[in-house]
Design a protein around this ligand. Structure first.
Ligand code: FES
Length: 90
């Protein structure tokens, strides 16, 4: 990718890097990537697909460690409790 001026990238010959936003999950980014953390440190992911944590619960932040799944399951269980409550007890 070259810079074409005015902040526009020149993608001729390449396709844009793809980022997939998972619902209630990580951002899946085609690697390798460098991530600049809020303290200025730069970490590098060398895999062809990198999962970036968006929930901030990962013990390996900025990488997703699937901790978001526990919270998503708990949320679903809470909603199921509400749905199963008899009329008038909600
Ligand atoms: S998005 Fe997976 S642990 Fe945060």
């Amino acid at each position: 990718m070259e810079r074409a001026g005015r902040g526009v990238a020149d993608w001729s010959g390449e396709r844009p890097r793809r980022v997939v936003a998972e619902r209630d999950g990580p951002l899946l980014v085609e690697g390798p990537v460098e991530v600049v953390l809020d303290d200025g440190r730069v970490v590098r992911g060398d895999r062809f697909l990198v999962a970036l944590c968006t929930c901030r619960r990962s013990r390996r932040f900025p990488w997703c460690d699937t901790s978001h799944r526990r919270r998503a399951r708990a949320d679903r269980a809470d909603r199921a409790d509400v749905d199963e409550a008899p009329e008038g007890e909600r």
